[in-house]
Design a protein around this ligand. Structure first.
Ligand SMILES: C[S@@+](CC[C@H](N)C(=O)[O-])C[C@H]1O[C@@H](n2cnc3c(N)ncnc32)[C@H](O)[C@@H]1O
Length: 322
């Protein structure tokens, strides 16, 4: 059998990706290749495009085993069908740890790492100021793969977390990821539940009344009219309900804020953290001014944080009075 020119082989697939309109064509080729053939690390690791490859000749001569080539071809065919890289290789990194990923559970995004980082700094500085090691209790609404909940449990050693999601697949995947990262089962509880059905007198709210120091969520916040404009690998593969937040992207957000008052501990230090749409900070501030939104729930938007692209993305709310 003629020897395979590995450089040509990879370039051919990259060009097929580009022709098919695969977003992140080079990154897709790179991550799939690195997963299937660790020997390609020296050639591909620090590249953002074909121009970054330093030694084409050496790469051309690198021989793939039959198994490696077959695996790569299977991976590439799947990506050509717009399947996300994370579902193909079944894992992705978040905040320095590797998590299992499974369709159609939402794939973790880098912006969410930023929110988690802000939350961890805020909790740690609060604990230092108060010189307290009291148990810290949090609720995550919409756990998805469990990246936020697991990271908080790993980084805040005295934290106890409750995680909810309407989708049983998310609950099962979060359970596996918590176990994978070695979080003991006494430190968390998972519950399949639809927050749209919650209210002060609901079973869940009664059970967890005034229990949490913090509520966190990366809720579905995309406006329904924007959904069709998302990339094919998102709309065709990820759960629609994980993304679509209704006509104004606020359906689940409103529900979280509406229920927070009776779920949070009665303290001015209690807070709610949300990752949101670029328009939401202004929309919520306007609603607050018109007295239509949060003030009646005794919560107030206390801080807006931008993400790396300078988009107002993360909102922190506090109780108006204890
Ligand atoms: C944007 S994803 C976030 C997933 C994960 N927390 C992350 O950051 O990667 C939103 C999550 O909320 C869940 N969800 C959507 N609507 C819900 C509802 N009404 N009640 C409970 N969970 C819901 C979805 O299943 C999905 O897992």
């Amino acid at each position: 059998m003629a020897q395979l020119n590995t450089a040509k082989f990879l370039l051919n697939w990259f060009e097929k990706f580009e022709k098919k309109g695969i977003c992140d064509a080079w990154a897709s080729m790179k991550w799939l290749s690195l997963h299937a053939v660790p020997n390609l690390r020296n050639f591909l690791s620090n590249t953002d495009s074909p121009q970054d490859i330093r030694d084409w000749q050496k790469l051309s001569k690198l021989q793939l085993t039959i198994k490696e080539r077959e695996t790569l071809e299977q991976y590439f065919e799947r990506r050509l069908n717009h399947e996300p890289v994370q579902y193909i290789i079944k894992e992705w990194d978040f905040y320095g740890r590797t998590f299992e990923m499974e369709p159609p559970v939402l794939i973790c995004r880098p912006e969410t790492e930023q929110m988690v980082d802000l939350i961890i700094s805020s909790i740690k500085s609060q604990q230092q100021q108060q010189k307290t090691r009291d148990p810290f209790s949090f609720l995550e609404v919409g756990v998805g793969s469990g990246v936020i909940m697991t990271t908080l449990a790993c980084e805040i050693p005295n934290a106890f977390g409750v995680g909810i999601d309407y989708n049983p697949k998310c609950i099962q995947l979060t359970q596996r990821n918590l176990q994978r990262q070695g979080v003991p089962s006494q430190r968390y509880e998972l519950l399949q539940s639809d927050i749209l059905e919650w209210g002060r007198d609901s079973k869940v709210c009664k059970r967890f009344a005034n229990q949490f120091d913090l509520i966190v969520s990366n809720p579905p916040y995309v406006f329904t009219r924007e959904m069709k404009g998302l990339d094919k690998s998102v709309v065709e593969w990820e759960d629609w309900r994980a993304l679509d937040g209704g006509p104004h992207g606020l359906d689940v957000v409103e529900c979280i804020l509406g229920n927070s008052f009776w779920l949070l501990k009665n303290s001015t230090l209690s807070s709610v953290w949300l990752e949101t749409h670029a328009d939401h900070a202004v929309m919520i501030q306007n609603l607050e001014k018109e007295n239509k939104f949060l003030t009646k729930k005794k919560l107030i938007l206390t801080r807006v944080y931008s993400d790396w692209s300078q988009i107002d993305r993360f909102l922190q709310f506090s109780l108006l009075q204890a």
